[in-house]
Design a protein around this ligand. Structure first.
Ligand SMILES: C[S@@+](CC[C@H](N)C(=O)[O-])C[C@H]1O[C@@H](n2cnc3c(N)ncnc32)[C@H](O)[C@@H]1O
Length: 405
């Protein structure tokens, strides 16, 4: 599931069409599709007008919930797939192995990220140990109607998607705010812990002042080998907010960063108000997203920006199984290529430091030839750069190698 190979399963694509009252193949000129397109535009306008803070009221409209579910649900869900890929490439993270597995989607909307996990597991069934007896799927959202929708879509998904017959799924959906002073009570029974918590596109809507209260609660809710994934839309404002939460989690809890940052430290992208840390995902959108894009002039097929952080409760950090470089020589590409006559530049970051690299065309060699192909988000190993005033220079002898895309 990489790059343009990232797609929704036919099961999910059909289910979302059905939920929107459409059938396959999608008739781009139908009244229903034109109406859905207009509703997607309304949702987008509301997001923009609200300065990235989505108005919960929109979800109370059945028509807008439908439009969200057939457009924004897939667009958001796919961001989780490379993040899970990166988690499960770790040689010691074997998937879900305990008899009872619990997964929580905070601010679940119509069930976006629980569906993301299910899509991933449907394609990687080896991650579900045969010893699993029960998988609890939890969704919490402040809007009752979202909770009802999520339950409906996920129940249907589980009824039609193929999973090992040994696993029993149990659904728990709760309507309520994760901001209440008493959270996680009364929404979650005392002592409940989760193997995976995903909070996607919800911290953009939560008061920054409550991050320091929520951070230790998130830690308590995580099982000893649990993973916490935070995902946000990848705009400058939302990404910088998410970094505040990242820093709060590092400061107020014992959770450790698994990815994308390779080192623990205050995020260097905050030093420059024009910077923000984000990824860009390329994928093949489902037909309905294509068609809606044509109607309203959006371009989701050109890539989806997002920001994310993966935390672990057991101290495991991202490693690249085939990499023989020490950790301090592994970096992450955090910009696109900046090309000028006779040279290329890009930024790399390790979570603590950000560096500008430059390679003159005359210095291209076998050991640094990957430089031209490096894309935002790639993990790279580098060695032998020469320090100049404002950047590190890549010489003919320097090593620059892409480890993972
Ligand atoms: C932009 S939507 C994201 C929905 C879904 N996670 C996705 O990515 O498609 C934000 C969701 O967070 C929910 N939300 C916002 N503040 C919340 C809070 N304090 N407690 C629980 N849910 C909240 C909203 O109701 C909405 O469903």
């Amino acid at each position: 599931m990489h790059g343009k190979n990232i797609t929704l399963s036919p099961v999910l694509e059909q289910l979302l069409l059905h939920y929107a009252g459409l059938s396959s193949p999608v008739n781009a000129q139908s009244r229903a599709v034109k109406l859905l397109s207009a509703q997607v535009k309304t949702i987008s306008d509301e997001y923009l007008a609200g300065d990235s803070s989505f108005k919960g009221d929109l979800f109370r409209s059945r028509a807008l919930r439908r439009a969200y579910s057939c457009y924004y649900l897939p667009v958001n869900l796919v961001k989780l797939l490379p993040v899970l890929d990166e988690l499960f490439t770790h040689p010691d993270i074997k998937g879900f192995t305990e008899p009872h597995v619990s997964i929580l989607d905070l601010g679940c909307g119509p069930g976006t990220f629980l569906l993301g996990v299910l899509e991933y597991l449907a394609a990687h069934q080896n991650l579900l140990s045969p010893d699993i007896q029960k998988i609890d799927l939890w969704g919490i959202d402040q809007v009752d109607e979202n909770v009802t929708t999520a339950k409906k879509i996920i129940s249907r998904y589980l009824a039609v998607q193929k999973f090992p017959s040994s696993s029993t799924w149990q659904l728990h959906f709760r309507a309520g705010s994760i901001m209440t002073a008493g959270f996680p009570h009364p929404l979650i029974p005392q002592g409940t812990q989760y193997d995976l918590i995903i909070a996607g596109n919800v911290f953009t809507e939560i008061d920054q002042e409550s991050f320091s209260v929520l951070a230790p609660i998130l830690e308590k809710l995580l099982s000893p080998h649990g993973t916490l994934i935070l995902i946000d839309p990848g705009t400058r404002a939302s990404s910088r907010r998410l970094i505040q939460l990242r820093d709060m989690l590092l400061e107020h809890t014992a959770l450790t960063l698994y990815a994308p940052c390779l080192e623990r430290g205050l995020c260097p992208s905050l030093d420059n108000p024009r910077d923000w840390c984000h990824q860009k995902l390329s994928w093949s959108p489902p037909a309905i997203v294509h068609v809606i894009d044509r109607h309203i002039g959006f371009t989701k097929e050109k890539g989806i920006p997002y920001s994310y952080f993966t935390f672990r409760n057991d101290g495991k950090a991202l490693i690249h199984p085939t990499c023989d470089f020490p950790r301090e020589k592994v970096w992450r590409v955090v910009s696109y290529q900046i090309r000028h006559k006779g040279e290329e530049r890009l930024f790399v970051c390790n979570g603590k430091e950000r560096k500008l690299l430059r390679r003159l065309t005359k210095n291209i060699s076998d050991s640094n030839q990957d430089f031209s192909d490096a894309l935002r988000g790639d993990s790279v190993a580098m060695d032998g750069m020469v320090r100049k005033e404002a950047f590190l220079d890549i010489t003919r002898d320097s090593i620059f190698r892409i480890l993972k895309r």
